[in-house]
Design a protein around this ligand. Structure first.
Ligand SMILES: CCCCCCN(CO)Cc1c[nH]c2c(N)ncnc12
Length: 228
C-alpha cells in the first residue's frame, strides 16, 4: 500500500521526517518529495507550499506520479467554531472553497457548474481517526473545513465563512486536496490542529502555535499509520 502524507508548510511535515529518520528526496515541479517505508507501507511525503494552487499540484503529483493510493493531510488551521481551542485536533467531514464565487449568476458561494459546494472525506479514514483518538485518549473534533487563498485574521470575515459554510475551521489547502482526490478516486482525510482563532490576533497566535500544533497533527497521523 502506498500512502501519501501531505502538508502545506515545511513545519507541518518536519515532525514526520524527523520521526521516519531516513528517506529519499526527489525534486519535481519545483517541489521535493520524500519517500520512505514504514511497517510494510510505502510512504511519500511532501509539503505543497501555501494555497490552493500549490496544494492541487502537489496532491495530483502525489497520486499521478508517485502512485499514492490514499492521501492523509496533516497541518494547522484557524478555528471558526467558538468551541474549538488552540491545540484541538479536527478531522474534516467535508470541505468547501470559501473564496470561489460566481454568485453573480445565482449560484451559491463555493459552487461552480459540474461541481459541488462540499466534497466529503473518506468515511473509513474518518472512522480510523476516531478509533485512534479513542485508543490514545485524544479528543478528536469533527467538522467542516472552509478553504481559501487567504489567511483569515478578521472577525467579520471569520463570521461570514463560519455562517455561510457552517464551517468549523479555515485553512488554505484542504478543499484542493479534496477536489483532486475525489476526481482521482483516492481515499483521503484532512487532519488539522488549531493554531489560532482566525481573528485579529490570528497572526500572533499562528506564529506562537504553528510548530506545536503541527506536531500534534503529525503525531496523530503517525498513530493512524500504525492502524492502517
Ligand atoms: C506564513 C503564514 C502562512 C499561513 C498558512 C496558514 N495555513 C494555511 O493552510 C493554515 C492556517 C492556520 N490558521 C489559518 C487562518 N486563520 N486562515 C487561513 N489559514 C490558516
Amino acid at each position: 500500500m502506498k500512502i501519501a502524507i501531505m502538508g502545506a508548510m515545511v513545519e507541518e511535515i518536519t515532525p514526520l521526517l524527523d520521526f521516519f529518520g531516513t528517506y529519499e528526496t526527489l525534486e519535481f515541479a519545483k517541489n521535493r518529495y520524500y519517500t520512505t517505508t514504514y511497517k510494510g507501507m510505502e510512504l511519500v511525503i511532501a509539503y505543497s507550499k501555501i494555497g490552493k494552487v500549490n496544494a492541487s499540484l502537489t496532491a495530483t503529483t502525489l497520486i499521478e506520479k508517485f502512485g499514492a493510493e490514499q492521501l492523509l493531510f496533516s497541518g494547522v488551521a484557524g478555528a471558526l467554531n467558538p468551541n474549538l481551542r488552540i491545540g484541538d485536533v479536527l478531522v474534516a467531514t467535508a470541505l468547501a472553497q470559501h473564496d470561489l464565487d460566481i454568485t453573480a449568476f445565482g449560484h451559491p458561494h463555493g459552487y461552480v457548474p459540474e461541481g459541488s459546494v462540499y466534497v466529503d472525506t473518506d468515511a473509513s479514514l474518518r472512522a480510523l481517526a476516531h478509533k485512534v483518538a479513542k485508543a490514545q485518549n485524544i479528543i478528536l473534533q469533527e467538522g467542516i473545513i472552509a478553504t481559501g487563498d487567504q489567511f483569515i485574521c478578521d472577525g467579520v470575515k471569520k463570521e461570514w465563512i463560519h455562517t455561510t459554510f457552517k464551517a468549523d475551521a479555515t485553512e488554505m489547502e484542504g478543499a484542493s486536496v479534496a477536489v483532486v482526490c475525489d476526481a482521482l478516486k483516492i481515499p483521503f482525510c484532512v487532519l488539522r490542529a488549531i493554531s489560532d482563532a482566525a481573528d485579529m490576533d490570528a497572526g500572533f497566535s499562528f506564529d506562537e502555535f504553528l510548530v506545536s500544533s503541527a506536531k500534534e497533527s503529525a503525531q496523530f497521523i503517525i498513530a493512524m499509520l500504525d492502524e492502517l
